[in-house]
Design a protein around this ligand. Structure first.
Ligand SMILES: [Mn+2]
Length: 323
């Protein structure tokens, strides 16, 4: 109980202190012990030196089935504070080599998706221009349309590595141009030459003509073929390129991930996802990522934990495997 009070007052203090918005030299950060991984400042160099900036962005507007994804970022950050910092794969505490700072969750205009996407674009641009690696926590998948813009401007050769139960290639959904069901369509409105989608098990008849017309840009690895996947072959087109990883948590099999709007069987297992991201990180340059669509359920903290551990793994692969 006492600890809780201490944390509350710390939050207040920081809110007052960091009033500056969109100033590239001063990111609006929370104290280290309240942020992603929750490592106390005394164990780190200054948070300003952290190479990773976590951006919580719980936009929830166009969700079509189960709701609650606006609480995703908070649940991931909370669960991350329980994730073991030592990684047996790297045989070290990887965060010490890059450092993680966490931004204060911005106030989101839930009534306007385009406005919110512009807001996220500005924040992401701010983090990128400060020379940091943005990790964006959703929120619904539509946020990727906003966060991807500064990457597209910066990296003409950008490629997208995508995990999802859904192809998300609809040209809008339910009258919403930026619907979560159109997430990757809106991303591919940009001049991006390569999208690799993994774990897909929902594509609508309406999306197929777009997919076929964009075969040179889009490769789908369907969930049904998972048992014969070869991670090295899947990521081969990413060789030597800057890569943005967008991970819709419903890409995971529903035996692992129920706390999402549309849990689905026939999906990606934990090792499948890690194999693909690991192999990608060895041959490419992962420059940013988002993890979206966690809709926390009180009794299912395993889902929060899985999401948090996935985030830590993505960060460690991106930074420790970098050439
Ligand atoms: Mn999805």
């Amino acid at each position: 109980m006492i600890k809780k009070n201490v944390i509350k007052s710390a939050v207040k203090k920081v809110t007052k202190k960091n009033e500056v918005k969109f100033n590239p030299s001063q990111l609006n950060l929370v104290p280290q012990e309240l942020g992603f991984l929750g490592v106390e400042e005394k164990y780190l160099k200054s948070p300003k030196d952290a190479k990773v900036v976590v951006i919580p962005f719980g936009l929830e507007k166009s969700v079509s089935y189960g709701g609650g994804t606006k609480n995703g970022p908070k649940a991931i950050i909370k669960a991350s504070q329980q994730v073991e910092l030592f990684d047996e794969e790297f045989w070290c505490e990887p965060f010490r080599q890059y450092g993680v700072a966490t931004m204060k969750a911005p106030k989101i205009d839930y009534n306007s998706v385009p406005k919110s996407l512009n807001q996220l674009e500005k924040i992401t641009e701010q983090v990128l221009s400060a020379g940091k690696f943005p990790l964006i926590l959703g929120g619904e998948h539509s946020i990727t349309a906003g966060s991807i813009r500064p990457f597209v401007k910066r990296y003409p050769d950008l490629a997208i590595l995508h995990f999802d139960a859904h192809a998300d290639l609809r040209d809008g959904y339910d009258g919403e141009h930026y619907s979560h069901a159109a997430a990757l369509r809106r991303v591919m409105d940009n001049p991006i030459s390569t999208l690799i989608s993994c774990g897909i098990r929902n594509i609508s008849a309406g999306e197929v003509p777009y997919l076929e017309a964009n075969k040179h840009r889009i490769t789908i690895h369907f969930g049904k073929d998972r048992r014969s996947w070869d991670a090295k072959k899947i990521v081969a087109p990413l060789k030597g390129r800057p890569v943005f990883v967008t991970f819709d948590l419903d890409g995971f099999d529903s035996s692992l991930m129920q706390a999402t709007g549309t849990p689905e069987p026939g999906g990606v297992m934990w090792e499948d996802a890690l194999d693909i991201i690991r192999e990608a990180s060895k041959i490419s340059n992962i420059v940013g990522a988002d993890v979206v669509e966690l809709a926390p359920v009180k009794q299912l903290h395993s889902c929060d934990f899985l999401s948090a551990k996935l985030c830590y793994k993505i960060l460690s692969y991106a930074h420790l495997n970098r050439k």
